[in-house]
Design a protein around this ligand. Structure first.
Ligand code: ASP
Length: 343
């Protein structure tokens, strides 16, 4: 009997990875994804069968929006039954936002959804696109005891596999563009492709895949900086349709002690609008109550974002507000892990 090979769907949304240089004009243009194998003949050597689906109009990831997140999730849902694994190609600039959001939008996921992209276009001599794409496909097709090894949303880039909702883009120059500062890598690609199995996540539910489509459009990130003015904070927090705030604080979750600042935050929370405390630091997290400057935040009911990234916090907040979680349960629910995004 012929061995069944995994069916992998590559979803191309845009970004550098799908570009080739037009050597006459020197400009980058998207290449026809249907012809992927002619561009990368190495794909014929992989032990899987490949299908591709591309956005009709590929976008730069700076134009990515929640509507596109849902469009990606819809493609995954409509191909879920007959597909063993998914590779999603997007531009790197907002990849951590998209991949984090996908981890929340896809409920009861039991198959690999691997995001990747590249710093240099696929046709470039020194491109990182080929390795990223080929290994991402291998990760998506890795099976053990008839089960996919990865059953969550992950991001593969420059020899490392990360939990998607723990990543952040750290370099616009280096091939190692992403990091997962607060969670160990899920795998590494060297001579062998190694998975760190103890860090992989499994869905606890046997329920079928479900797409969480209701995302609030009215969530904002407010980043503190020395010299921030009362009027600025007031202006943002008095936005009439506001439904949630990610407050990027200093260090272990600290904020200025000015009374005007607390009054505005307090009023916002009393209006039923959740405020999540997330650190501006690249690694480590929030420890509310360690300094007086964060004790006050704690006392007025600011949510502890622990070591969540801002990218994940925005997505989780959009989702939880969209789900209409009652105010009385919101804080406790946000502070609990949903998809392995905080610890
Ligand atoms: N500006 C591009 C994008 O994010 C960069 C990239 O693909 O890496 O779409």
């Amino acid at each position: 009997m012929e061995k069944r090979v995994p069916e992998i769907l590559i979803i191309y949304t845009g970004g550098t990875i799908g570009m080739v240089k037009d050597y006459e004009t020197n400009a980058l243009r998207p290449f026809d994804f249907e012809n992927l194998k002619t561009k990368i003949p190495e794909l014929n050597l992989l032990e899987c069968s490949l299908k591709t689906k591309a956005f009709e109009q590929p976008i730069d990831s700076s134009d990515m929006s929640p509507d596109y997140w849902i469009a990606i999730a819809d493609i995954i849902e409509s191909n879920y039954k007959e597909t063993d694994g998914f590779v999603v190609l997007t531009g790197t600039d907002t990849m951590s936002y998209t991949a984090s959001a996908m981890s929340f939008i896809l409920e009861n996921l039991r198959k690999p959804v691997i995001f990747t992209g590249s710093q240099l276009p696929i046709g470039d001599l020194r491109t990182d696109a080929k390795e990223n794409l080929i290994t991402a496909i291998q990760v998506a097709s890795a099976f053990e005891k008839e089960e996919p090894v990865v059953q969550e949303v992950a991001l593969y880039f420059e020899y490392k596999l990360y939990r998607a909702n723990r990543t952040t883009k750290v370099s616009s120059e280096q091939f190692e563009a992403f990091q997962s500062p607060n969670y160990p890598n899920l795998g590494e690609s060297g001579v062998h492709l190694i998975f760190n199995r103890q860090f992989l996540q499994r869905s606890k539910s046997d329920l079928p895949l479900r797409i969480q489509r209701d995302l609030s459009a009215n969530v904002v990130i407010l980043k503190l900086f020395p010299g921030i003015q009362k009027e600025m904070v007031e202006y943002i927090l008095n936005y009439p349709d506001l439904q949630g705030v990610v407050l990027e604080t200093y260090g272990a979750g600290n904020a200025p002690t000015d009374s005007w600042f607390f009054e505005i935050l307090n009023k916002t929370i009393r209006r039923g609008i959740p405020i999540v405390n997330v650190t501006q630091c690249i690694s480590g997290g929030v420890l509310m109550g360690l300094y007086e400057t964060s004790t006050k935040l704690k006392s007025i009911g600011v949510i502890n974002g622990k070591n969540i990234t801002s990218e994940s916090a925005v997505a989780k907040l959009k989702l939880m507000v969209g789900q209409k979680i009652p105010v009385s349960e919101f804080k406790q629910k946000f502070e609990s892990q949903m998809r392995g995004e905080m610890s």
